[in-house]
Design a protein around this ligand. Structure first.
Ligand code: CDP
Length: 213
């Protein structure tokens, strides 16, 4: 069973994917961490984030054991990740790792931007999680405040707007809805409601598949 959860920055896709995986006893991969780790390693090597060759080299050498690094969660690394993520060479180098992970029995939940469109086009369930940009910025701002980061709401809103534009406009695997993905707009939902709605989408999608057999 493969469940693909895509969505823009701070849409809540990570929290949702983690809860779904826990509920069904599946493994979970936050694919954003891969791009974050590549950005971290490019910077550590003293290379330029715009340098595709350096990015691809870092992606090929990526150590999956380093994905738990708390430093990957910072705003700066998130920004840097969206720069390395536009390079085709970086995305290609991370493809096999993600596809192999997706095949973990009895099931896997992957969250990202291109899971339903590029990584797992045959996923059993595809969900595109969205929310209005102000709501996403509010959630991300509250997360930063809890972590003691020194940012204003306006700064977070600005960063998220820029990131949305970058992720949607790039030519390599832009964030877009797969034709068969179900839209889950969490603007007016708390996490519990979003989770229950996602369970409903999953049971309908898997039920439909079984009925079609
Ligand atoms: O949660 P948030 O959106 O802040 O960050 P993330 O999911 O960790 O992703 C960081 C950046 O990595 C995104 O802005 C994307 O540019 C990139 N990314 C991607 O291109 N493809 C993915 N499957 C996941 C992330």
């Amino acid at each position: 069973m493969i469940i693909a959860i895509d969505g823009p920055a701070a849409s809540g896709k990570g929290t949702l994917a983690q809860r779904i995986a826990g509920h069904f006893g599946y493994v979970w991969l936050d694919t954003g961490l891969l791009y974050r780790a590549v950005a971290r390693d490019v910077l550590a090597a003293g290379a330029d984030l715009e340098d595709e060759t350096a990015g691809a080299r870092a992606a090929e050498a990526l150590d999956a054991a380093s994905l738990g690094d708390q430093a990957l969660r910072s705003t700066a690394i998130g920004e840097a990740a969206s720069v390395v993520a536009k390079h085709r060479g970086v995305r290609a180098a991370l493809l096999d790792f993600q596809r192999n992970f997706a095949r973990t029995p009895p099931g896997a939940v992957l969250d990202g931007r291109d899971i339903a469109t590029v990584i797992c086009p045959d996923a059993d369930v595809k969900v595109l999680v969205t929310a209005d940009v102000e709501v996403r910025a509010r959630r991300r701002f509250e997360e930063y405040v809890r972590r003691g980061e020194n940012v204003t709401f306006e700064e977070v809103l600005d960063i998220i707007r820029q990131r949305d534009a970058r992720d949607a406009s790039r030519t390599a695997a832009p964030l877009q809805k797969a034709p068969d993905a179900v839209l889950l707009d969490t603007t007016r939902m708390d996490i519990e409601t979003a989770f229950m709605t996602a369970l409903d989408i999953i049971s309908r999608a898997t039920g439909d598949r079984q009925n079609a057999r």
